[in-house]
Design a protein around this ligand. Structure first.
Ligand SMILES: N[C@@H](CCC(=O)N[C@@H](CS)C(=O)NCC(=O)O)C(=O)O
Length: 106
């Protein structure tokens, strides 16, 4: 696995915070948004939207949404739980994440 990342962008930052809190180590590969590296054909082949973060799996396939990446990693590494255990708790975490994404970061 590897993660395509850019230090100064909020969605990649959210994923890096999650990885740090979980203690998960995945190699990070920098894609400089300021230089437009996300618009190069090699990167667009991984995510046609040209957005970060991207999790590339060992078979070369890619996950391209930060929340989907976090939930995938959470299912692979359930301990310690980072998005709650009980259904309502998990819904509250998703609610807050969506609120931050749509109302704070935009
Ligand atoms: N819904 C996506 C949004 C991804 C996104 O918008 N990423 C921004 C950085 S925070 C990006 O790469 N933008 C491309 C650009 O600025 O050209 C996610 O949560 O992963």
């Amino acid at each position: 696995m590897r993660i395509y990342d850019f230090r100064f962008a909020p969605n990649p930052h959210k994923l890096r915070i999650y990885l740090a809190e979980k203690g998960i180590s995945i190699p990070l590969e920098r894609v400089d948004l300021r230089k437009g590296e996300n618009l190069k054909p090699e990167f667009l082949a991984k995510n046609p939207l040209g957005a970060l973060p991207v999790l590339e799996l060992d078979d070369g396939s890619c996950l391209t949404e930060s929340l989907a990446i976090i939930e995938y990693l959470e299912e692979l590494h359930p301990d310690p739980p980072m998005i709650g255990i009980e259904p309502l708790e998990r819904a509250r975490v998703r609610e807050l994440e969506r609120f931050a994404d749509t109302s704070v970061l935009n």
